[in-house]
Write a protein that binds this ligand. Sequence first.
Ligand code: BEZ
Ligand code: MG
Length: 587
Amino acid sequence: MTVNETEVNRKPETSSDERDRRVLKLYEHVIEIEERLIPTGLHVFGCVPEERSRADMLRMVASFDRAESGARALTDLVAEGLSLDSYQSLLQSSFEDEKSLKARERVESKVCEAIRLFLEQGTERAIEFLRSEARVEPEDSRPMLALLQSISTQLKTNAELDALARALRGEYIEPGSGADIVQNPAILPTGRNTHAVNPYAVPSALAYSRAELVVNRLLERHLAEHGRYPRAMALVLWGLDNIKTQGEGVAQALWLLGVRPVRDALNRVTEVEPISLEKLGRPRIDVVMTVSGIFRDLFGATALLLDKAVRRVAALDESADLNFVRRNVTEQAREDDCSFDEAATRLFSNAPGNYGTNVNFMVMDSQWETGETLGHLFVTRKCFAYGRDASGRMIEGREARAAMERALSKVEAAHQNIDSFEIGITDVDHYFEYLGGVAKAVEKRARSKPAIYLSDSLSRDTKIRSLEETVRLETRAKTLNPKWYEGMLRHGFRGVAEIENHITNTFGWSATADAVDDWVYTEVAQTFLLDKAMLERLRDLNPHSVHSLVGRLLEAEGRGFWNVEDGMLEKLREIYSELEDRIEGVA
Ligand code: BEZ
Ligand code: MG
């Protein structure tokens, strides 16, 4: 594996300590890539997952406490049984702490073995193994194994085709909640009519407590790298994500503002209450929220709650140094000679009935001149305000371009939450159209590129990554990982199209944020195009997608996103024109 310069700084050797530190850093990266759960193929409608992916899913499910089933995480039980530090503290210990690292590996390998035995020989064998090898009492492990048994059985059956046929006959399809399987195993069996959450229940208590950790880590990182807290942050909120996580994205916005949700007598979240600055221990961060059309449609009550939260915080009698919302709103009202109320507009979406930013289409069709065009398009599509005005009247998609531009001009960081193992920032074009789009809009209006973060609260070890780090991780864990692309290639024509999609989505991060290292494009070219046997395979399966792939790499070079090595460009051009001849010959 080639290690790029940004991942490990290539300074002259200083000491063996320095060398050890770098080796550890490298080890940390390798482990992170190795541990990343990735889909190894597309879901085939009506088919059940293979044994290996079933084992991976069960292992992830077993690493969380499941209060609803009275089951404790196997990782925690094993750590306790072996008289080690708690699993949570092992997760948080530094990679330089070799003893903790070994202890963590020991715990995880016991859990892995227990899952293997469970799948091969059943519940009792796994319980016995945990008792004899990790001193976990059977009454403690049994609830989790019972849950795994039920999930495993449901994963082996699939009613999707049957449900589709019934739906086509106009029959009733039973509803089931929509979520990530690890976050909520109750989504099984698949093939049901997905129902959302009650918007008044959002954010759940769990989502609010998980969001605290994410926001604290994000702000700590920003403070460490920039020397101060961001004055305002652009947040992207999606509907399906907030369904799956019961509102983690919403809760992150509330934490940044420094407010807690308040429930009424019917247990509905309809109010917010400011957390005191003393308790918060940091300034309140201003937030500019761009919500998807789906979020707007599903979470009307939540949009009102978020709008109310911003207005409540802006009105607090607090020092401008500790209340960035108040500071920004006051400044905006003064500079632009508008009302305080108008200057406090922070929740934007599409015009009623409209969806998406179109930034993705413009990038995919190569129809843009400069990055500014993309940021401009984002604002044009998303500058419609939602909330309530000072007199309590509903604002439902009022055009508010000036308000959005002013709010974006204060933004110093942008963030989106990743909610699922299955879809990451290079799997679909929507992450770059939203997070990349808003970052591009900020860049022009704030006259500086914002720091871009993604949080990933998929595992117990909550991670905050910069956009660049996330692109590198996805590239290693998926695009360039033979396990991933061979999994895709099993699907023939469609698989090649998926590989091409990944490269185009990766390119989307060049177009909107220039966040892709040269080595990414270089290794994509080497893996898929300059390897003769691979090129032939791809070409035979789907020449059109390979043609687009080469075209995209040439575009990356042409637009200055890729410093290509000598000689490579000519080879790619040759492949491009050969493919063109071949496609035209077939047509
Ligand atoms: C949403 O759930 O809000 C969403 C889904 C797909 C693309 C963009 C947004
Ligand atoms: Mg570059």
